[in-house]
Design a binder for this molecule. Structure first.
Ligand code: APR
Length: 311
């Protein structure tokens, strides 16, 4: 039997993510939004891709959670997106209300699902979803690291003029200005990029990666990036539904790993059927460790503003 994946929020990220998942054909997809008719219309449109793609995935659009009952994985993309001049943190209180209400409904309908949070500010929204769902930490993850590494990999591949496929990259920390790209663990065909590019070129690429979301917001003017975020979230769904045990950078709730406790930050995670099956710990340089702790402190600050006692 095909698995069931629900995507909450049928906007740019949600609908594109549903499309990506549906293309694989291994899961049926339920799209939920508060706008009447919109998820139903997009689901119909997506369904009609099936014969062309050769995918048997079934799409359902809905304005309630009944249709999501007993989902295996739920991707939360509902919320407002950034506009020019806004940081992800500016979305905090608006998206808090949305993600809180959505998580409550998701949990009621699918008490055993694995939740992937995409709404921003990512790490804080993942923390909120964990808090509200009361799920064990291995069943609540945030999507950010795959997107941040994809941006980094794309810029490196373009600079090196090599295949995107051959560039791997490592990014730790929060989804924002405090992310910590690690050039020493980023490679092209297994060769550290530090051997292939001068330091100032790598520094420029790191800087562009950190500001990668903002660059797109400034160009789009009406919203934020969605093709790559949606594709990244779908990769996490793949790893879970197909029990691939991928090692992917994800926002995970740390409980002492990397010396950090009680907060979501981006770390390498083994993703499989159980969700987060392991947090992979590596030895960091003092500078990298300090960067990660700065990320955790920034997330803690947002968590303080959310006042989770009231969530
Ligand atoms: N329940 C369900 N859907 C909701 C709710 C809710 N309570 N509140 C808002 N939505 C829906 C909106 O109706 C809209 O269709 O969420 C959708 C968001 O879509 P877009 O505005 O297109 O935003 P998008 O670009 O998809 O970004 C969504 O992902 O990457 C993050 O920062 C981004 O937080 C933002 C989220």
């Amino acid at each position: 039997m095909r698995k069931k994946v629900s995507v909450i929020g049928a906007g740019n990220v949600g609908a594109t993510c549903a499309q990506r998942i549906g293309e694989k054909g291994y899961a049926d997809v339920v799209l939920v939004d508060i706008v009447e008719g919109m998820p139903q219309g997009k689901a119909l449109d997506l369904q009609q891709c099936g014969p062309i793609l050769g995918s048997d995935a079934r799409f359902v659009g809905a304005n309630s959670y009944q249709e999501t009952a007993n989902s295996d994985v739920v991707v939360i993309t509902s919320g407002v997106a950034r506009k020019p001049g806004m940081s992800r943190d500016d979305l905090l209180l608006t998206n808090k209300k949305i993600v809180q209400q959505v998580t409550e409904s998701v949990v009621q309908a699918s008490p055993n699902c694995i939740i992937i949070v995409v709404s921003n500010p990512l790490d804080a929204m993942a923390q909120l979803a964990l808090h509200v769902s009361k799920f064990p930490r291995h069943r609540v993850l945030g999507m950010s690291g795959i997107l941040d590494t994809a941006r980094y990999r794309a810029f490196l591949a373009l600079e090196l003029n090599v295949s995107m496929q051959d560039v791997t990259a490592f990014v730790l920390g929060g989804h924002g200005d405090t992310m910590v790209p690690l050039p020493r663990l980023s490679t092209a065909g297994g060769i550290p990029v530090t051997e292939l590019l001068p330091k100032d070129t790598i520094d420029k690429i790191v800087n562009r990666t950190i500001k990668g979301g903002g660059e797109i917001v400034a160009l789009l003017k009406t919203g934020s990036a969605y093709y790559a975020p949606a594709t990244a979230a779908a990769e996490m769904v793949d790893a879970i539904v197909l029990d691939k045990k991928r090692i992917l950078p994800c926002a995970a709730y740390l409980d002492g790993e990397y010396g950090i406790k009680g907060v979501f930050v981006g770390v390498p995670v083994k993703l499989g059927a159980k969700g987060m099956e392991q947090i992979i710990q590596i030895k960091l340089t003092p500078e990298e460790q300090a960067g990660l702790e700065k990320s955790a402190a920034a997330v803690r600050e947002l968590i303080g503003v959310m006042n989770l006692g009231n969530a």
